[in-house]
Ligand binder design. Structure first.
Ligand SMILES: C[S@@+](CC[C@H](N)C(=O)[O-])C[C@H]1O[C@@H](n2cnc3c(N)ncnc32)[C@H](O)[C@@H]1O
Length: 364
């Protein structure tokens, strides 16, 4: 990794007030906020537990109708644990309601969290009163940090921590996931997380013969393309605060609330940066073919004939092509690097550490 490219490992976190008054954890070195805009609890409960359908999974309804045994949640990017605690709180509230109504307990819950830096979690415990969502869970969080696992006294909720690089951990994870909260930092800071390799590994980590759902805040075309190429069907997730769209991905098309269709393909083709991160230029034609041949489009009503033209264009938004967007890596009209944008040097460092299928460092 280049020296100028700060990493999220062992970073200092501070609290930052969001537009709606909620406090969130902020990493000044990366300029990244965890759950920006609406704050941790609203995003954790509305997007991750909510759009992920955790309550349905725990009560074996809807998508998870008839399922038995424990529900396994992969919490990719534990951070300050808002998403994981959102899952625990959802199970806790359901259990209390079921008990008061004389109904059977919800399905057991197991959360498997992936993280390489515990400093945001330490900060969340230290600032539990200000953040509010960790209140009452401090001992649980301390035990998770020191022992790597926690279970409730009834043995119906388990939480396990996998410390290390998520790009490696998800490939060797022995547990099978039903619901995946995908919440690394943005592709600008954590490009290694938003690759076809990682989404393929998560797709492969679902139960044998079973289905899984993945939710994430990102709606970027390149990230959605990486999910599609990783094997997922992909759809729009709910709008949260100022974020107009989030993303739901599922192993089964019918599980999506709002599947992407030919309109998304048309937009993807106009994108200046449509390629999944880490895609070497030499692989672009193949990636494009695989994407256009994805079963998603047949299920979503098909593609227009024109969607499959322009095979040799090098991709949608080919720089300089009439009507394409300007390349944001260059200052318009100068050909010089735009200081506001990543030059690509940092990315080379990243891909040397995280080689992708067929990736070669571009020659100078
Ligand atoms: C946006 S924060 C997660 C917020 C968290 N889900 C929550 O609810 O508080 C992203 C987290 O991903 C972690 N992360 C980023 N890249 C990683 C990697 N390659 N391996 C493991 N963890 C990583 C960061 O350390 C950070 O804690």
């Amino acid at each position: 990794m280049s020296e100028k490219h700060p990493t999220s490992e062992s970073a200092e976190y501070v609290l930052k007030r969001q537009d709606n008054g909620a406090l969130a954890l902020f990493n000044p070195a990366l300029g990244e906020t965890m759950h920006p805009g609406v704050g941790p609890w609203e995003e954790a409960t509305r997007l991750y537990a909510g759009a992920g359908g955790l309550a349905d999974a725990l009560t074996a309804r809807g998508r998870w109708s008839g399922e038995t045994g424990e529900v396994v949640v992969f919490d990719v990017g534990l951070g300050g644990a808002a998403n994981a605690l959102g899952a625990l709180a959802t199970r806790h509230e359901l259990a209390a309601r079921h008990k008061s109504q004389g109904r059977p307990a919800p399905r057991p819950l197991r959360v498997v969290s992936f993280e390489h830096d515990l400093s945001p979690l330490r900060k969340a415990v230290e600032c539990a009163a200000e953040l509010a969502y960790p209140l009452g869970w401090e001992d649980t969080l301390r035990q998770l940090m020191t022992q790597g696992q926690w279970a409730d006294p009834a043995g119906e909720v388990h939480w396990e921590l996998r410390m290390g690089d998520l790009t490696e951990l998800v490939k060797v994870e022995p547990r099978r996931g039903d619901l995946m909260f995908f919440d690394p930092f943005s592709p600008r800071s954590n490009p290694e997380a938003w690759t076809v390799d990682v989404f393929s590994a998560l797709y492969a980590a679902r139960r044998p013969g079973g289905d899984a759902m993945l939710v994430t805040y990102s709606s970027s075309p390149a990230s959605r393309a990486a999910m599609l190429l990783g094997g997922w069907f992909v759809g729009k997730g709910p709008s949260i605060g100022k974020v107009r769209q989030t993303t739901q991905a599922a192993s089964r098309f019918s599980w999506l609330d709002e599947p992407l269709d030919r309109r998304w393909v048309a937009l993807w083709r106009q994108e200046a940066h449509p390629w999944p991160l880490g895609t070497p230029p030499s692989r672009r034609p193949q990636v494009r073919r695989e994407l256009l041949e994805h079963l998603q489009w047949m299920q979503a009503g098909g593609l227009d004939e024109s969607d499959d033209q322009d095979e040799n264009s090098g991709g949608a938004g080919k720089p300089g092509k009439p009507g394409s967007k300007p390349n944001p890596g260059k200052k318009p009209g100068t050909g010089k690097p735009n200081p506001g944008k990543r030059s690509g040097k940092g990315r080379d460092g990243v891909w040397a550490k995280y080689p992708q299928r067929g990736y070669q460092k571009p020659s100078k």
